[in-house]
Structures are given as structure tokens and as C-alpha cells.
Design a protein around this ligand. Sequence first.
Ligand code: ZN
Length: 294
Amino acid sequence: MGFQLANIDGRSALVDGDHYFDIATISEGALPSDPMLALARSAELTTLAKTLAGSTPTGALADVVLGPPVPHPQKSFAIGLNYLDHAAEGSMEVPANPLVFTKFPSCLTGPFADVEMRSDYCDYEGELVVVIGRRGKDIPAENAWDHVIGVMVGQDISDRKAQFAAKPPHFDLGKSFDTFGPIGPALVSLDGIGDPRELRIVTSVNGETRQDDTVANMVFDVPTVIAYLSQITTLVSGDIIFTGTPSGIGAVHGKFLADGDVITTTIAGVGTLVNRCVRVSDHTSPGDNIDAGS
Ligand code: ZN
């Protein structure tokens, strides 16, 4: 049955239906309330989750604001052009190796948080996010899922103006503006979902479906990515990987996000993110003056 781990006011909580249970409280202090420490205790969380039916909930989800289930990962990776249709729609070559970039952990935000946009060229990318549970180096692909504690829904919000402000493009900056990484709503343990290789991701904007695909269509699947990354850097508990987005992004169709737009991202069996877009001040680049001819 697994467990769903949420972040409520910086405290780790198990979710069951419409209610949450503060884990430090219901474990009587045996488990830490720091979400980053709690998620390293997978076996104990599984045991604790089985006791929820007989416990008193701490409160109702409707009364609280959920934070990102993994608020401070040591590393936050993302994979570009990892679905065939998405590479094709942008007339981009399918990479021969995983195209890896960083979404700075500071961009992570809650599942229902506003996205603050600083240009008229911001875009959505619905993605499956995997969370490392057990640290590892040189992890063989066949053992990779053993190192994953669970998954979340993620939005890899992108400012295309910033992303393509340099050549070659710098993905990191264009995708790491504050608030550009909604994740959640909870971290769902692997044994709480169906086959993680078959999950369906659907993203809509103001109710209009823009992306609809399954993770089975990834170019580089999760085990391949974990094996590859772990040869380079030790993966530790809490590291996260945005695994790429299917076709249907706004940039291809000239449908960039506007002030007030609402992005809804659903992975069946994992959860739904709802994020309102708020247009704030403009960002500038040193090269803007050159473009303007001044
Ligand atoms: Zn992406």
C-alpha cells in the first residue's frame, strides 16, 4: 500500500485521504519531522503508514498549505529532450546520451504555489520526478529502482527567453527562476503506485489539455538515467530527477503562459499539481541593449 509523504509548514506528514498525520507526533518522536531526514527512513514510514487507520489525524489537508515534499535536495537534476515526440516537435535531434541540466533546489516550490514569471516567454513542462532514497555510486541499471524511494509530479517551468539568451542555450538558468519547480503534492512511495514505467502524465492550461503521454515513451528510462548519473556523482537520499517532458509545450505552438493562467499537471495514481501563473517584473540580460540597437 505504501505511503504518501507531504511537507506541511516544514514538517513531515503522512497523508491518508483528505487528512494528514504529523509523523513526529504519531511516531512519538521516533521519526524526524524534517522532511529531508524523514524520507531517508523508508522502511519505518511504511510501517507507520499501516497504523494510520487507528490514529487521530493532525488535521485536514484543506486547512493547510503544502510545501515541496523534498524541499532541500542536495542535487536536483533534469533531463532535456527525453521524449521522442517532444524532440521532434522542436525540430531537435534526439540526444545520443541523456541531456542533463540542473534545476537549482532554490526553484522548488509547493504543489499549489504560484509561479512568478519575469517575461512573456514562460512555458510549462509536466514531468515525472523520481526521488532517490538509498545512496549509491555506480548503480547498475538493473538495481536502479531499489535506490528510488518514490515519485512526485513536477513542473519544469521554463523561461525560454532566458534559456535561449546564450548559444548554446543555458538550460540551468532559464529553468531555475524562483518558483519554477512545483513538486508534489506528496512523495508517493513506489509500492503505492502502479508500474512506474507506465504512468500517464497530462498537463492542461486553463482546462485545455496540452500534454498527454506515458513515461513508457521516454528516450532514456529512469534506470538508464540513474546508472549514468551515479557513475559521475554519488546519488544520496533526497536527490531528485525531473525525467523530461512529453510533446505539447507552449513554445512550439506560440502558447506561452500568461498572467492568471492555471497549469494543472496530473499523473494518475501519484497526484495533481495546480499552479497559477503570476506575471511580475521583467528580467533583463546584458545583451538586451545590443538587440535593441542601442
Ligand atoms: Zn523539462
